[in-house]
Ligand binder design. Sequence first.
Ligand code: KG4
Ligand code: ZN
Length: 341
Amino acid sequence: MPKPFLCLGIETSCDETAAAVVADGRRILSNVVASQADLHRRYGGVFPELASRRHVEAVLPVIRAALDEAGAAFSDLGLVAVTRGPGLVGALLVGVSAAKALAFAHDLPLVGVNHLAGHIYANFLDGEPPEWPAVCLVVSGGHTHLLHIEDHGRMRLLGATRDDAAGEAFDKVARLLGLPYPGGPQIDLLARRGDAEAIPFPRAMLDEDNLDFSFSGLKTAVAVYLEREAAAGRTPDRADVAASFQRAAVEVLVAKTVRAADATGVSRVIVAGGVAANAALRERLLAAAAERGLAVSIPPPALCTDNAAMIACAGYHAWRAGRVDGLDMDVAARLPIAGAL
Ligand code: KG4
Ligand code: ZN
């Protein structure tokens, strides 16, 4: 049997220090994620300078742990893939510097990966890989995009949020409800005990003939509702608020994704990013897709949120397509999704 091709993935774009070893671009041999959520909780969001410092402390032990867990040595690797953007510049620099040093020291090719491409490629890990063409919904803390992907390397942006990202809306509403950072998973849990029909929050842009989103009005609607209840001396049921907000957000995400599939004529939908871990989104998208005969691919929840296996997978596909980056590769706080695959 031929030896598997091993890629080391490194991810430090936000508040997770992560490293993974992936065989042949699909089989996860290790996937280590050191979360900094405890560090940032008291600030209610990511504190960039603290994130960079924690990455500096964590990156080498996390890489070591990923290699050990995979039973691999540096000499077994064929490629180093690292997130080069978008994200926090100071945080990205830690991972990229580590990746460059390892690539140089062990004479390995280096590939810089767009973080969002990483989220998309999480769908190609383990299990049966999805086939193109597909419509892809990317829903993370910083981005909300609808893409038409025709093949590896060929994609077109169909729509995007005009203000807040979906994950940002979850985090901001969680904050309004007094839930700890990161708020998305907290809303997901709280909403399970609430009535999603209790409060008719707005479905922004649902009736507009485009594939864009807007979530800031929904967040404001929740804030106004909570203020009004407080002014009237009432204590709102937080679970009902969480469930009703989540229903409004999910309904728009699902409706526009299905519309994008109709508009492009594809029969496959791929979902990516942290918010794809949301139970209500998964359930409603699967139901809507089943009704229309659309195939759906959503990574398991642990691969939806930030990790390095997805970076290794995306890096592997880029490398297979002939991409290699030099040691002069730079990080980028902003990096367009177009051309990222
Ligand atoms: O993709 P990700 O891990 O990091 C970025 O690239 O931004 O996404 C993080 C976002 C956060 O806003 C977080 O609250 C949200 O994804 N998130 C969720 C869930 N898990 C993570 N939102 C709703 N439900 C979840 N279960
Ligand atoms: Zn992410």
